[in-house]
Each structure stands twice: as structure tokens, then as C-alpha cells.
Design a protein around this ligand. Sequence first.
Ligand code: ZN
Length: 263
Amino acid sequence: MPEGHTIHRAARDHRRILADQKLAVSSPQGRFAEGAARLNGRRCRAVEAYGKHLLYHFEGGDTLHIHLGLFGRIRKHKLPLAEPRGAVRVRLVGPTHAVDINGPTICRVLDEPERLTLIQRIGPDVLRADADPERAFKKIMRSRAPIGRLIMDQSVMAGIGNIYRSEVLWRQGIHPQTPGRMIGRAAFDRIWTDAKALLTIGVKRNAIITVDGAIPSKSRYRERVNIFAKTQCPACRGAIRRFEIDGRRAFVCEACQPLSGNE
Ligand SMILES: [Zn+2]
């Protein structure tokens, strides 16, 4: 599952090549033929990300709404147009580049009221300048659910995925199973600020980098992380415990992240 930084990076890339341009929109695979026809030939006004949702705004008020889910992927290439690879749900062609999206969970056209409904449903996105962290804090302070679940719940706050979850909580010394209502204001502010800083690095580097000062690894997996999928804590050399939250892997150092003791 792409984390929020991937989608923000795609939005930034696509804004450069598609915004303010009239686009040829098609569905080579055919499953989005009707939606593509509605957008085809119209000018793309802007491209933006809200959490893991990618939105292409078109002149006249319609928005193309994409969510990649677990298996969706985006390919971008320079013109001339290449043959579609695999089942391309939607293809956006501007004057210099084309963007192909395969296998998204969501690919639909929203009118203006539908777009507003979507935005209200998504929690504040740590990467957006207009995000209001208060909305997230209010939900967290009223919840008995573990903070490790809440910060990945995209309706509470948006952008954090599975790797950033474990990493941010470790960096802030907060146990993932701490109930939301036990997380005080100061701890919440640290989580928000750190998530924002780390995801910003992720957008810039196009890789998850949560080790201070690290640069992307040259190996196949470019991530540089502290405890995710590791066995030893880099701070105390103790064992990292692996467990699951809602079926997704989570990691904790019980020594550096005691279950009590968050302010
Ligand atoms: Zn430790």
C-alpha cells in the first residue's frame, strides 16, 4: 500500500505535466470508458492529494478521483504514446507526457458536491498546508482505540501508512497500544510534527527515510528505517516485538516505548 508521501509526490509530478492542459482521457482497458468520455478533451485545472486520494480537477467542476488501494500503480511516460501495459484503467495524455493508472481501488468522476463530501470524510492530512490537526486530536482524545490504529485511520488523520506508523511512535517513545484518550496534547503534537517532517522527507526523497540524517539506501528497497521489520532496537539494543494491528504488521520496543508513561 503506498503511503501518503507517494501520492503527494505523484500529485506534484502530475501537476507539472498535466495542470493547465487539455487532456486526452481514455480507458484502454474499458472499465472506465464512460467516466473517461466525460473528461476527455477538457482542461485539467489542478492535481492534488488528500491523504492517499489523488484528485485531478477539470474545468467545469468535475474531478477524477483515484485511490490506488493495495495493488494499484501509476506509470508516467514521455510522448510519443506507448502501448498500454497491462490493464490500464485510465490514461491521461497531456502535450508532453502520459499517465497510466492500473488496478486502482477507486477510479470515478466526482461532481462538486461529491468532491466536498469526500474531503470532509478524510481526516486532516499531515502533508497539507491547510490541514487542521485539531480535528485529529479531538477524535483521538475521545477514543479508547490504540493510538497505533488511530494514526493510520485515514478518517482520523491522513497520510500515515504501515511503516510510518511504527516508526513515528518509536521515535516519539509512545507505545502503539496506548489508548487514544491517554495520549495528551503534547504527545499528539509530537506525533503530528514528526509525521509531517518524515512524510515531507519521503516526498522529497521518494523513499521512506525515518533515520535522522540518512539518505536512501542503494539496495532494491530504498527505505531507511529504525524498527520496522527489524529485530533489534537501534537505541537500546533490546528486542523489537512484532505484532499485528487490524491484520497489519506493527513493531514496538517495549523498553523505549513503555505502555504507561506517555503524558
Ligand atoms: Zn529500544
